[in-house]
Write a protein that binds this ligand. Sequence first.
Ligand SMILES: Nc1ncnc2c1ncn2[C@@H]1O[C@H](COP(=O)(O)OP(=O)(O)O)[C@@H](O)[C@H]1O
Ligand SMILES: [Mg+2]
Length: 328
Amino acid sequence: MPAIECHELSKTYVSHKKQPGLLGALKGLFTREKTLVEAVKGVTLSIEQGELVGFLGPNGAGKTTTIKMLSGILYPTSGEARVLGVRPFDRRPEMLRQISLVMGNKMQLWWDLPARDSFQVLRELYDVDAKLYQSRLDHLLEALQLTDKVDTQVRKLSLGERMKCELVAALLHAPRVVFLDEPTIGLDVVSQKRIRDFLKELNRDEGCTILLTSHYMQDVEELCDRVVVIDHGTLVFEGTLDSLTRRYAASRRLRLAFEDAAPVEALAAFGEIVESAENSVVLAIPQERTAAIAGEILARFDVVDIAVEQVSVEEVVRTLFTREPTSP
Ligand SMILES: Nc1ncnc2c1ncn2[C@@H]1O[C@H](COP(=O)(O)OP(=O)(O)O)[C@@H](O)[C@H]1O
Ligand SMILES: [Mg+2]
């Protein structure tokens, strides 16, 4: 049984336009102008137990909406989903105990209480055995380096510390499937790394299935074996990070160093200038012409060093995340 699967999952948001002024409000009583947003359009997906999958795509692509449906907090307009074999939006308690959702921009912990108090409430809510709870809490706190922070009011913690407390709260009941929506957004690099290492351990040691969205390439690169890319509500790619890079990057980078000033203008005839400095140039060229172009440049210019590089994953994903605004 897959951990997460969905078939033709779709969500259309319906909102009502309000017209300005009293007259508008009165008119609104009779005729309300509807606007429809097709946020997710027929997503079909299957994730095995123990997988750690990256869910990528530009802003507004439908990632959060999909995650909300899969974690049972939003009812789909059409389509089906199963998490550990059960429909998530039926919100059955046995299923809810097995999953968790963490949203980087939405905190769940009580602001005015120390995190330890919130954890205790969650323990009772999930009815976790007291002894099990204590050892799990100790383990989580240690892994996230929070042991000396849990008795401080949450409002006095740094953003990174608060996020790590959110993770503890989400994992206390040892869920089998975890949805993470931008868990490292806005955090300092040290907290980001700590959270990354922690998620890697959680996946490896507990076999916890994780579906993760992140804008940070390093998260995706270090954590995800497989990525799924969504755009305009539709899946556009599914596979390994390597194959994503290959597919989106059918070009090479030629890094050239010159004895004297780089002949930038002449080089522009061979490809696109990506970087240029006093004595060096990076040229983007079609992959299949790598050898021919390199040969010609070596023959014509005074090159002291040459290197052929692949387009970085960083660059591929940056392209994926910066979509030109689409016309309505
Ligand atoms: N509650 C809502 N009502 C209306 N439209 C929404 C709502 N939530 C999201 N949307 C729209 O649905 C689309 C997908 O949004 P979202 O799932 O948040 O994308 P992502 O997480 O990939 O950035 C966007 O066009 C967004 O504006
Ligand atoms: Mg989102």
